[in-house]
Design a protein around this ligand. Structure first.
Ligand code: DX5
Ligand code: ZN
Length: 231
């Protein structure tokens, strides 16, 4: 695990027929956690994973699991995901009718709560619930598919989010670190830009699974981040 940044692997584009092998690959690579994209074919057009898969990963993968819920009826379904006790549950601000309540339910059950924002969603959506969360997940692609290009204008959004969180620290009692995570189109070039804009955690899907040596891949990314660190 790295000092002050983390890399998580989204298994959305892994080899589904060799899932056990892919999990071993992730664990050996030095990545910090699995990012599980849960899609209902409604909030996004695709369907991927669900409670059953999350349950197996939490019980048996031997690595922390973060659930990224891309589902329409978050308020109705959240309890079924909380029950499975992943390390983190990240919900989309756009889908929660009662965001504060959903986040409270997650944290009251001992799970780290995160909020995800689509590229077009303003950061003001998280302004009033910073007290409830451990992380903001900035979607750097439109959600639904792996393998898309990083949206460069999200770099400003990352900076603005960092600034908003830093301002919040000045006026609030809460000093727990709120991490900024980026998800979508992360590779050796975009990871540096995202890091230098204020992101601390990087979700990687297709570029990990395309790599021929995943141990080298993660090592190179971690070295790159350390070398390009803005002091
Ligand atoms: C997109 C998902 C991402 C995706 C990332 O909707 O939330 O987690 O799997 O994949 P890449 O790294 O290929 O953009
Ligand atoms: Zn995701």
């Amino acid at each position: 695990m790295s000092d002050n940044f983390k890399i998580g692997i989204s298994i959305l584009d892994c080899d589904y027929l060799n899932l056990g092998h892919e999990l071993i690959k992730i664990k050996k690579s030095g990545a910090d956690f699995i990012h599980l994209d849960i899609m209902d074919g409604n909030f996004v057009s695709q369907i991927a994973f669900g409670q059953k898969m999350l349950s197996h990963l939490v019980k048996s993968s031997g690595i922390p699991v973060h659930a990224h819920l891309m589902i329409k009826n978050t308020d109705e379904q959240i309890a079924s995901y909380i029950k499975l006790q992943p390390d983190t549950i990240t919900v989309h601000a756009e889908t929660c009718r009662h965001l504060d309540r959903v986040l409270s339910m997650i944290t009251e059950n001992g799970i780290n709560a995160g909020i995800a924002l689509n590229p077009s969603t303003p950061i003001s959506f998280v302004e009033n619930i910073l007290n409830r969360i451990k992380s903001v997940l900035i979607l750097t692609v439109n959600p639904g598919f792996g393998g898309q290009d990083f949206i460069e204008s999200m770099l400003i959004k990352i900076r603005k989010t960092r600034e908003m969180i830093d301002n919040y620290y000045m006026v609030s009692e809460k000093k727990d670190f709120i991490d900024i995570r980026v998800d979508g189109g992360i590779n050796a070039s975009t990871i540096i830009k995202a890091k230098n804009s204020g992101a601390g955690t990087f979700i990687i899907g297709s570029s990990f699974f395309k790599s021929s040596d995943t141990v080298e891949f993660i090592k190179d990314l971690k070295d790159l981040i350390i070398k390009n660190r803005v002091i």
